[in-house]
Design a protein around this ligand. Structure first.
Ligand code: SF4
Length: 295
């Protein structure tokens, strides 16, 4: 007889999570000053002033390799924590690491969501070659979704993590409204692919609500937009993920055919629907007598 470990309750308190977020933002704010102190910009005798660059500088090849290795490791740990250990607390700590690394340290770039555009442009325009690391950031989470479900969203994506950190109490979104709003990510995906393929604009990057927070700088309109989404995320679980994220739409599609997915209390479901009521993201639907529904 096999023994299935019971799910562990998350025990990281909300004030602790917010303190971690504040510390990450403080670190993110101090990092540019620290870097400028270590590597001061050149002073030109001609009076030339270096332009302000709102995007991260290109990274060395070994750093891009390191990013891919960290992505692979984080996805593997997420799959193990979700399916093997069934540890919500472990997933939470992994999310905080991902928020620190992919969010505040990497400034939200390279990002799997934005990589959609590089791939669309490369497919439409043969003179453009997407960097290998970007292609891997696009493809690897999708492969993991085909194998293990949406472990990227669960513990690796910094955009999901920052919304989790600020969630106080999730209101229930009516199912009809949730389904209607669930069409938006597909529309956004189509628009983003079209704009990228025609080399018009990378709208996913342009309208990323959190990247300005990760970089501690950005256009005022995007800071306001990000602030609104974060306030919304305090009482609606992961609004960007559920109602806007184009990469989430692709991940959800892949996860439908996942070889192995999270089951809610396998072999123990008594169809009480407590999990359905408790899920802050509306991701669990109508457990069946045969067993629990997949999430
Ligand atoms: S739905 Fe999109 S933003 Fe949310 S966790 Fe998944 S990939 Fe990240």
């Amino acid at each position: 007889m096999t023994h299935t470990p019971k799910p562990q309750p998350a025990r990281i308190r909300r004030p602790a999570l917010l303190a971690i977020l504040a510390a990450l933002m403080l670190g993110g704010a101090m990092a540019p000053a620290w870097a400028a102190e270590r590597f001061p910009p050149p002073e030109f005798e001609t009076g030339h002033v270096l332009p302000h660059v709102p995007t991260p500088w290109p990274r060395a090849a070994w750093q891009e390799v390191a990013d891919v290795v960290v992505l692979l490791a984080a996805l593997s740990v997420a799959a193990w924590l979700a399916l093997g250990r069934r540890s919500r607390r472990g997933i939470l700590w992994l999310s905080i690491f991902s928020l620190a690394y992919f969010g505040f340290y990497r400034g939200g770039c390279v990002c799997s969501i934005g990589a959609i555009q590089n791939v669309a442009l490369a497919l439409a325009n043969t003179s453009y070659a997407a960097p290998l690391s970007v292609v891997l950031f696009f493809a690897v989470p999708l492969v993991f979704a085909l194998l293990f479900g949406r472990v990227f969203c669960g513990g690796v994506c910094p955009l999901g993590a920052i919304q989790d950190v600020v969630l106080i109490r999730a209101a229930r979104v009516p199912m009809g409204l949730q389904h209607a709003l669930g069409l938006l990510p597909w529309a956004y995906l189509g628009a983003a692919a079209l704009f990228a393929a025609t080399d018009t604009s990378f709208i996913i990057c342009r309208y990323d609500p959190f990247v300005a927070f990760f970089r501690m700088t950005g256009a005022l309109d995007m800071l306001i937009f990000g602030g609104i989404v974060l306030v919304l995320a305090t009482f609606v679980g992961r609004p960007y993920c559920r109602f806007l994220c184009p990469y989430g739409a692709l991940l959800g599609l892949c996860a439908r055919w996942a070889r192995k997915k999270v089951d809610v209390t396998p072999d123990e479901c008594v169809v009480c629907s407590l999990c359905e009521d408790a899920c802050p993201f509306g991701a669990i639907h109508a457990p069946t007598p045969e067993g629990a529904d997949d999430v």
